[in-house]
Design a protein around this ligand. Structure first.
Ligand SMILES: Cc1cc2nc3c(=O)[nH]c(=O)nc-3n(C[C@H](O)[C@H](O)[C@H](O)COP(=O)(O)O)c2cc1C
Length: 168
């Protein structure tokens, strides 16, 4: 049976969307049908068997689109396998160690009995919106710290768990 998975993302500058797209590409290599959508544009989850939600981190919280998505769809999410990822640190820490979810995401994980969470490195490059973003860039603290090999590995783990669920 076809398995359809939604990868929803909350992003301000687009780098979390690219992570979501990479996750979906990996899922597709295993025969899963994966759709990537901005979290704010999703109206219902009926046609998805499982959901991955990714949020960019801003001031210790997920981007509001990801937070609102989880709130709006909490009923449907509670009845599906759910994985979360966060994207944020503008250094190599996320590649070196496991960075736990921020408190709001941790609470959502507990409420929804989420299967897993990972924090990936973030990305902030020229053209990013906002005063603080421009300040970070001016101070030479920007860069792309996303580890696409780690993103692919994590997505493969999700695919394997999904496969194990359907072949039981
Ligand atoms: C104003 C501002 C606040 C940020 N706050 C955090 C934070 O609290 N934790 C974190 O890990 N990264 C933080 N970051 C880094 C972003 O999460 C990172 O740039 C991320 O990749 C942005 O994702 P996006 O391109 O999808 O919007 C912050 C960046 C900016 C510009």
């Amino acid at each position: 049976m076809e398995q359809k998975v939604l990868v929803a993302h909350g992003t301000a500058n687009g780098s979390t969307q690219e992570i979501a797209e990479t996750v979906a590409e990996v899922l597709r290599t295993t025969g899963i049908t994966a759709e990537v959508l901005p979290a704010r544009s999703v109206t219902e989850l009926d046609r998805y068997e499982a959901v991955v939600v990714g949020g960019a981190l801003y001031a210790g919280r997920w981007h509001k689109d990801a937070r609102r998505f989880v709130r709006r769809h909490r009923g449907a999410l509670a009845h599906r396998p759910v994985w979360f990822f966060s994207s944020g640190p503008l250094d190599s820490t996320a590649s070196q160690r496991d960075i736990p979810p921020v408190p709001g995401v941790k609470r959502a994980m507990a409420r929804l009995d989420a299967r897993g969470h990972v924090t990936f490195g973030g990305c902030l490059t020229e053209g990013a919106q906002g005063r603080i973003a421009r300040m970070i860039l001016r101070n030479g603290k920007g860069g792309d710290f996303r580890d696409f090999a780690a993103i692919e590995d994590w997505a493969m783990g999700v695919a394997k768990e999904l496969g194990a669920m359907t072949h039981r």
